[in-house]
Design a protein around this ligand. Structure first.
Ligand code: FAD
Length: 520
């Protein structure tokens, strides 16, 4: 007792108390997976060291990839006080979405929309003459917007004390990431690692893009001129957006789709409406079309395909865009050094995006079974780092991920399609409101399309909402909120919608499930 009390008061005791206190705090922090992570020195696996000394990991979170999944996770991690570093192979931040995906395509779609307005000037009471497309200026504006936002991410990183380093990032085992640049390798110690390496365009067997005539989503953004003729292989979101852009700018566009309908993941009625509207705009569409060969020649390409009746057809075009899906970029990322389960290149995750390897998370386009969308990647990143910070992260519910396709007419959808709802055993009740009854849509000169509500008959639970028409990707906001908050048809038809707006069409669509729509 006397010895113990002497020990606790003397200098040795104070030192011991300090060590015990320090280790208790550190261990507490380890448990909460925050701030400091103890890795035994001198071992590959971090499972012990001869000296029993402990190394303090430099970072709470290391993130490989700075696309929307990576940069949003990094910023939120910084906000939550986690020491964070991002590894990016490119000399700029932002990934596919900012540089060759969401943003540049939406710039071109906006320009196409403005051009369409000028072309229809007469209907709006304007006399427009001498209208010309200045393609280099349009491309320059696109690049300016992309650069501005890439700088914006750098600014946000600084603001939130997020560091970033250029190089190829690779998982090297628990708590370790290597960064390779110009043949030199460095190492980062981090308690938690997020792999957010994104995806790249798929090719068709035997049809390799040369990026001059056979294009991908990257090379089509750099075309020096608008092609007179364009074949788009694939009628998913990427295919129909580019078809829409170049149709507006005057290209003769043909779509070849292997499945029976365009935008095949959407509700069937949406596909029918888009097909009808595209054909009216003079876009040729072949569904159930199997491409056999693409041959390059002096004029461009000759495409041979089997049509839905099994007949062989040939098309010639200046350019061909391959828009046949994306594949996850997980090669050479070190996943083989982990217990993470990889299926056809995509990584399986559990709750909060953690893989089967503790402390290793997968986010965004590389995740198995979740849609390849920027906003999905963003929320997945937020979910992971919030969990790492010891707080309840938002769960990722596949049925609550909105889809937005920005072709003209736009498509916005969320939740179950009518068929999915029926297949899942719901007693389905649908409602539909055509934009032709919406005054704001008429003012905009754009009143094609409709809003379709899929609900469960018993309590009016909203299961899915499918919109095609003006501002569909904007009014989708209400649809996402309803599903997120588990609202019913009755909640929503009794909510006041501002007039005159395109948005108020939502009120009519919900009411139409009960047969109580006003404007049609
Ligand atoms: C033409 C087109 C249009 C699209 N439009 C939309 C849209 O309107 N809305 C929408 O929601 N989605 C859209 N998408 C999809 C969206 O771009 C992706 O879902 C999103 O970019 C995925 O984000 P991510 O962070 O997972 O990956 P990415 O954005 O692909 O970013 C991955 C990053 O990781 C880096 N990287 C890869 N490997 C390594 C490594 N080993 N070391 C270091 N860095 C590495 C890459 O350089 C890249 O910067 C579009 C896609 C395309 C192709």
């Amino acid at each position: 007792m006397a010895f113990a009390s002497r020990l606790s008061c003397g200098p040795l005791g104070r030192l011991l108390k300090f060590i015990i206190h320090r280790d208790t705090v550190l261990l507490h922090q380890v448990r909460r997976k925050r701030s400091i992570y103890l890795v035994p020195i001198g071992t590959e696996t971090g499972s012990g060291s001869p000296e029993g000394r402990l190394r303090v990991a430099k970072y709470d979170v290391a993130i490989i990839g700075s696309g929307p999944g990576g940069y949003v996770a990094a910023i939120r991690a910084g906000e939550l006080g986690l020491k964070t570093i991002v590894v990016e192979k490119d000399p700029f931040l932002g990934g596919t979405c900012l540089h060759v995906g969401c943003i540049p395509t939406k710039v071109l779609l906006h320009h196409a929309d403005v051009y369409d307005h000028f072309k229809n000037g007469e209907e709006l009471g304007f006399e427009v003459s001498g209208l010309k497309i200045n393609w280099p200026n349009i491309l320059a504006r696109k690049d300016k917007i992309v650069k501005k936002h890439a700088k914006g991410i750098e600014f946000l990183f600084k603001k939130n004390k997020v560091e970033w380093v250029q190089g190829w990032g690779r998982y090297e085992g628990p708590g370790r990431v290597s960064v390779e640049k110009d043949g030199k390798k460095t190492q980062i110690d981090a308690a938690n690692i997020l792999l957010v390496s994104g995806s790249e365009a798929r090719a068709l067997p035997g049809i390799e893009p040369d990026h001059k005539t056979i294009l991908t989503n990257r090379s089509i953004l750099e075309l020096p001129e608008i092609p007179k003729t364009l074949v788009v292989v694939g009628a998913g979101a990427v295919g129909v957006e580019f078809a829409s852009i170049y149709n507006s700018f005057g290209s003769q566009v043909t779509i070849l789709e292997a499945l029976p309908r365009v935008v095949p993941v959407e509700d069937e009625e949406i596909s029918v409406e888009l097909d009808k509207t595209f054909r009216k705009k003079d876009i040729n569409i072949f569904t159930q079309a199997m491409v056999n060969s693409v041959k390059k020649d002096a004029k461009g390409v000759t495409v041979t395909f089997k049509d839905k009746d099994g007949k062989s057809q040939t098309l010639q075009a200046e350019k061909l865009l391959l828009a046949v899906g994306r594949k996850p970029m997980t090669d050479n990322c070190g996943l083989e050094k982990s217990k993470a389960k990889v299926e056809r290149g995509a990584v399986q995750v559990g709750p909060y995006m953690e893989t089967a390897e503790k402390g290793l998370y997968a986010i965004g386009d590389i995740v198995f079974g979740l849609p390849l969308l920027a906003h999905a990647a963003m929320m997945e990143g937020i979910s992971a780092v919030t969990h790492i910070a010891g707080k309840p992260g938002p769960p990722i519910v596949k049925e609550r991920i909105p889809n937005a396709t920005y072709c003209e007419p736009q498509i916005g959808s969320i939740g179950l399609t009518e068929k999915q709802a029926r297949d899942a055993g719901h007693a389905v009740k649908t409602g539909k409101f055509p934009f032709v009854g919406n005054s704001k849509a008429t003012i905009l000169g754009n009143h094609g399309g409709f809003i379709k509500v899929v609900s469960d008959e018993k309590y009016g639970e909203v299961l899915g909402i499918h919109i095609i028409g003006p501002l569909a990707t904007e009014i989708l906001a209400e649809a996402a909120a309803v599903l997120h908050l588990e609202g019913t048809v009755d909640d929503m038809m009794n909510m006041m919608h501002a007039h005159p707006t395109v948005w108020e069409g939502m009120g009519d669509a919900f009411a139409s499930v009960r047969g109580l729509q006003i404007n049609v």
